[in-house]
Write a protein that binds this ligand. Structure first.
Ligand code: NDP
Ligand code: 8X3
Length: 247
């Protein structure tokens, strides 16, 4: 029988590609705020799916959505905490509090809410696997990215904390740190300015969402005794968060 994977941020980029990579092996619960996309993506999946439309920032939406699953679908084997974005690229003393709140509320608090709604049942069943999507920004810091980097350092810390806390319950925790991946990430960061977004990936070959999805699927499909606890994936042309070999 296929296991069940729960993916946040499945409406685009890394989350959607991860759903595609896991579909041959898992039944999928696909989450995001854009209901139209969720419906279309779910329709195209070659596996049984459920969709949940909620904002990870909203505590009651998170719990109501997850509690709406039938008992069969509540037995989640693999949780992929992927939903997240950068909002703005600004110095802390100049940027908008709205952007800063969004990054902390979505990337950090949202991940905590979703985990709090799902992990207790994993603990009860004494099994499970959690993969959190952090970033190279969860290992390094760069100017104008202070709050985004803080949010992703928090994700890395949460992965480490969860791995320690959930160790007695046979629950594996992995942390994934991608470098530059050409998704809707930069369009969101620059609030729909596609020209500015395209510049992020100019002059070198960035990763695509599928590159990360394949690594996540590899992690998910290891034998039960193997846990890939932390992995950083960069484009060949990326030497650090800020060093790129652009031609
Ligand atoms: P995308 O913008 O393509 O995808 C982001 C996903 O997150 C969407 O599915 C979006 O769905 C969901 N999301 C955003 N805000 C919320 C919210 N408030 N509630 C629920 N879902 C939300 O970007 P990526 O695929 O690139 O990003 C995925 C993850 O990878 C993020 O955590 C990002 O920080 C991380 N990452 C990305 C890198 C990159 O270079 N692209 C590099 C390193 C890490 P919807 O809008 O429908 O709600
Ligand atoms: C996204 C990668 O370097 O733009 O997490 O912060 S970066």
């Amino acid at each position: 029988m296929k296991k069940i994977a729960f993916i946040t941020g499945a409406t685009s980029g890394i989350g959607k590609a991860t759903a595609e990579a896991l579909a041959p092996h898992f039944k999928l619960i696909l989450c995001g705020r854009r209901a139209d996309r969720l419906a279309a993506i779910s329709e195209a999946m070659p596996t049984e799916t459920r969709t949940l439309c909620f904002d990870v920032r909203n505590q009651s939406e998170v719990f109501d959505a997850i509690n709406s699953l039938s008992p069969e679908w509540r037995k989640i084997d693999l949780l992929i905490n992927n939903a997240g974005n950068a909002h703005g690229l600004d110095l802390i003393h100049e940027g908008s509090l709205e952007d800063f709140d969004a990054m902390i509320d979505i990337n950090v608090k949202g991940l905590i809410y979703v985990s709090k709604a799902i992990v207790p049942e994993m603990v009860e069943r004494d099994c499970g696997h959690i993969i959190n999507i952090s970033s190279i920004a969860g290992k390094e810091v760069y100017p104008k990215g202070g709050v985004y980097c803080a949010s992703k350092h928090a994700v890395t810390a949460l992965s480490d904390g969860m791995r320690m806390e959930l160790n007695p319950y046979n629950i594996k925790v992995g942390n994934v740190c991608p470098g530059a991946v050409d998704t809707e990430f930069s369009a969101v960061r620059f609030k729909g300015d596609l020209e500015k977004a395209a510049k992020v990936y100019e002059g070198y070959e960035p990763l695509v969402a599928q590159d990360i999805a394949e690594v996540i699927a590899f992690m998910a499909l290891r034998p039960d005794h193997v846990n890939i606890s932390d992995i950083t994936i960069l484009p060949k042309a990326q030497g650090s968060a800020t060093i790129f070999n652009r031609k």
